[in-house]
Ligand binder design. Sequence first.
Ligand SMILES: Cc1cc2nc3c(=O)[nH]c(=O)nc-3n(C[C@H](O)[C@H](O)[C@H](O)COP(=O)(O)OP(=O)(O)OC[C@H]3O[C@@H](n4cnc5c(N)ncnc54)[C@H](O)[C@@H]3O)c2cc1C
Length: 546
Amino acid sequence: MDSKLDAELSKLDPAVPFRASSTHLHHTWAKTFYSRPELYIRPHSLEEIQKLVTLARRCRRRLVMVGCGHSPSALTLTSSWMVNLDHCNRVLRVNEEKKTLVVEGGIRLRDLNLRANKMGLTMPNLGSIDEQSIVGAIATATHGSSTRHGLLSQSVRSLRIVLANGSAVRCSATQNEDLFRAALVSLGALGIIVEVEFEMIAACNIEWDQSLHSLPYILDRWDKDLWTTKEYTRVWWLPYMRRAIVWRADKTDKPLRAPVDSWYGGSVGFHTYHVLLWLSNYVPRILPAIEWFVFGMQYGFSNGATTSAVEELRTGLLMNCLYSQFVNEWALPLHKGPEAIARLSAWLNGDEAGSGIPFSSKGLYVHAPVEVRVSDTSPTSPRPFLDNTAADGPTLYLNATLYRPYNRDPPCRDRYYEAFEWLMKQLGGRPHWAKNFEFVSPAELKDMYGADLQSYLRVRADVDPEGMFVGEWHRRTILGADVPALPLEEREVRRRMMAEGGQMWDGEQRHNNNNAGNGDGHGSGAQTQEGRGRAQATADADKDKA
Ligand SMILES: Cc1cc2nc3c(=O)[nH]c(=O)nc-3n(C[C@H](O)[C@H](O)[C@H](O)COP(=O)(O)OP(=O)(O)OC[C@H]3O[C@@H](n4cnc5c(N)ncnc54)[C@H](O)[C@@H]3O)c2cc1C
């Protein structure tokens, strides 16, 4: 490999660096999956990105883009070449009238908001965190919680993508529309998204309050005003207490006001819950008591207890996601919510017959809270082909979170997730692309997405016919057996449990099985390539064909 890479590098412009190292250990945020890419490449410019694509094509390598690895699934694992755009994080252009910023694809949401704030602008909506890269976030249909907002990608006005042939192509609702619709939720399988034009709103504060309610109260208000009285609303359901915390926020002109400090709310509560979760891995039946104690201490033991604050929009929507976790989140029509929650509640509380879920819940105990959020993408046009939300009305997201205390898997996972996914499928749900869904076949996804999945696959095949951006995760989900194996596609060869928890993933490409098994800490050959680049020859596709 080394000599091939050297030979190909020598044909390209030495003035354009190829910044790669062979010692990178990649892992997901939750440390559930690890992999050792053969090369970890961190370009600083469009020219460097086009050069690395040319090299990958000539060296017959799969490319995997990674933002900050916050996707909980195996989506970003590779033993081939991994590319990260953290150094491509500039704001390129601002249009104050349209409130749009054109940014490079590696910018993190936090930095985007900080820089936009200096111009009096902010992102209109966020999920629970702002650490993701802008492209990573849109690639998996990341969402917040508001019936007045859709996916984060709803604010994307145009994109620029470097394709497998090295060309940099622009797309929008009016230019290359199919490519735009595929790229809005790309799953990393189209090419390298290098620029994003994003529409902001005027920077503002939000006033939020959160209060504890009984589950019957939540279900009763569901179709009335639960999701509509305020712009942003999310619910944390406590399944054994049959209660829920409702968090609601509206934009405000009021000055910042911090929430009242509670002695338990900070590190005491954080560590207490962590230790108790760890104990529950050995004695699961204590989980209902843990839920009562931990959430009572944090949010109060009686219904109606309330706290409130005024924060900037860019920080007020965020939350502390606590510990390593599995997350299994599904989108379903909002009106299915009461049925979904009532049936899951019955199942978790031992009423299997009443739940209509054909799996045993005997001796099974789960973690709280179950996250309940919403969006409404129905006004969005054009829609991403792989948008998992309802097209004709608001969407509910149910997120079955399972913590991994001190990186140790909880015992209930397989049975809980099999039953949960069965219920979600029965209610017309579709899984969040980034998360840990496990019981969904390519045939089921084909049914769920119909012609939209076919359109996505057609665009994908057009722009990446050799499968330079395709891996095992794509094969197991969207490609299935219908799409023939692709020359550069990477497949999984093994997973090993790590002593410290999590799995080490090894892959290989069809044409080159020497690439597998480099999980021993030495990579599979290539030396550090920092700043490398010799001789002159110009790349055959190192041109902007936009
Ligand atoms: C603590 C935590 C909280 C979260 N909260 C939410 C939430 O509130 N709502 C929600 O919907 N999701 C949430 N997520 C999921 C998260 O938003 C998504 O997994 C998101 O995709 C992660 O972004 P990333 O930058 O880490 O991308 P990665 O996970 O690194 O990559 C995601 C995908 O984007 C592709 N990609 C990355 N960069 C590029 C590029 N430049 N060009 C082409 N493809 C690219 C990758 O190949 C991959 O397919 C959360 C995750 C964590 C860990």
